[in-house]
Design a protein around this ligand. Structure first.
Ligand SMILES: NC(=O)c1ccc[n+]([C@@H]2O[C@H](COP(=O)([O-])OP(=O)(O)OC[C@H]3O[C@@H](n4cnc5c(N)ncnc54)[C@H](O)[C@@H]3O)[C@@H](O)[C@H]2O)c1
Length: 394
């Protein structure tokens, strides 16, 4: 870690004192030297419970174990089945039992090697086992690398209630190897790009007082904005941009910057990260999770932009640009599928969103300056129904 340049390292410090911190490292090939990298955060005497899912285990568990053992760590793997079903109290019980069997004490740690499911489950278990032990996130999906592994939100589902039981528990470090995204399916990569596009649309609202200077300088002019970069790169290269370390680092830095300043979502800043999510959750839930989370977010982004354009607070070109990028990323089938859902049912789902305020649907919407967003809870149902009823022209 000490050999990394400042550009590869994103440091998060949490107030009031900088006694809690988290580092995010983005480096191609990092997984093959995982042990060495971990030594920057944990002593070699630390016992590790490495949690992963069956699919990721097949691809990366052997090399991760080899590197950890070679560096002197005592490591115990625990493999859960792939998929959302593993974010359950029953699987958490399995993790606790594996930790007890491995003899993990308070000074030991858990590693989450996988996507958001493994990350949320392991983070939850680490935050509750012995009232909290360190966790290191090693995200392997695009969604986890730019979003879910960063920020300390952990959860398992409680029956039907998504993320029904959860905690805030900051990881000691988030270790990102963009190369592992090469084995991810195109569908998962495209879905992850939904979250990447979200960062392009909220970037300027995420920056501000207290933001690291390096991040500010990256964004000193509109031409350098993430949105402009995404437009150029996606138009030219389509989905291949999904594995670009620069993009990953930039999105991770934005999330880190927001979370450091509003860790527990009390100031409204962290809420900006929900752009597209209130619409998106309605599609995700009505489809009974047929849509991947990132696909639903992509649909939600388009709805939020359409609403902002309809309200006259964003330029029509924003909608055109977004739709073109979604097409280049291979997300048009999701947009077509979205129009089969009844607007009234979608609106009813949006009313159940847990972020709503005093019964009003709370939305994040783009503004006239791309990259700036605002919170609105004054949109009429009729207008929302009109937006939800929009059809994509063939
Ligand atoms: N904590 C947060 O802040 C936060 C934010 C957003 C989403 N989430 C949660 O994240 C979860 C979704 O995460 P996800 O989209 O990463 O899904 P996931 O963890 O289920 O991974 C998707 C699929 O990809 C496979 N996979 C993972 N890495 C791979 C790789 N490198 N190569 C090939 N296959 C690979 C997995 O086995 C799985 O089948 C949801 O439960 C959601 O609630 C949490």
């Amino acid at each position: 870690v000490s050999s990394l340049s400042p550009a590869q390292l994103i440091c998060m410090e949490f107030p009031p004192a900088a006694e809690r911190f988290c580092e995010i490292v983005v480096e191609a090939g990092l997984l093959s030297r995982l042990g060495e990298c971990l030594r920057g955060y944990l002593s070699a005497k630390t016992r590790l419970l490495l949690v992963t899912d069956a699919c990721v285990a097949k691809l990366y568990l052997d090399s991760a174990l080899e590197s950890l053992v070679a560096t002197g760590f005592e490591v115990y793997p625990y493999v859960v089945p792939g998929g959302e079903g593993s974010k359950s109290l029953a699987q958490a019980q399995g993790v606790y039992e594996a930790a007890i069997q491995a003899g993990l004490g308070r000074q030991d740690a858990m590693l989450a090697l996988g996507g958001g499911v493994v990350g949320d489950l392991t983070g939850f278990c680490a935050s509750t086992y012995h009232r909290g032990i360190p966790v290191i996130q090693i995200p392997t999906t695009l969604l986890a690398q730019v979003d879910s592994a960063i920020g300390g939100k952990t959860a398992v589902n409680a029956g039907e209630i998504k993320n029904g039981v959860g905690t805030f528990h900051q990881p000691r470090a988030v270790l990102v190897d963009p190369q592992v995204l090469m084995s991810l399916s195109e569908r998962e990569r495209a879905a992850g790009m939904g979250e990447v596009l979200k960062y392009g649309l909220i970037e300027r609202s995420c920056l501000g007082a207290g933001t690291a200077e390096s991040l500010q300088s990256l964004n000193s002019s509109p031409e350098n904005s993430l949105w402009e970069l995404l437009k150029c790169r996606i138009d030219a290269q389509g989905l291949t941009v999904a594995t670009d370390p620069e993009l990953l680092r930039r999105c991770a830095a934005l999330k880190a910057s927001v979370v450091c300043r509003d860790e527990f979502e009390t100031l409204g800043l962290r809420y900006f990260l929900n752009l597209g999510h209130t619409f998106g959750h309605a599609y995700e839930s009505l489809s009974q999770y047929d849509f991947l989370h990132g696909e639903a977010v992509a649909i939600g982004l388009l709805k939020a932009v359409q609403l902002a354009v309809r309200l006259g607070q964003a330029h029509a070109s924003l909608e055109t640009d977004l739709r073109r990028m979604l097409t280049h990323l291979g997300l048009s089938p999701s947009l077509s599928q979205a129009q089969h859902y009844a607007p009234e049912l979608l609106l009813a789902k949006m009313r159940q969103d847990k972020k709503n305020h005093h019964g009003r649907i709370r939305l994040i919407l783009p503004t006239a300056i791309t990259g700036f967003v605002e919170t609105r809870d004054d949109i009429d149902d009729d207008l929302l129904l009109e937006i939800l009823a929009y059809k994509e022209s063939a």
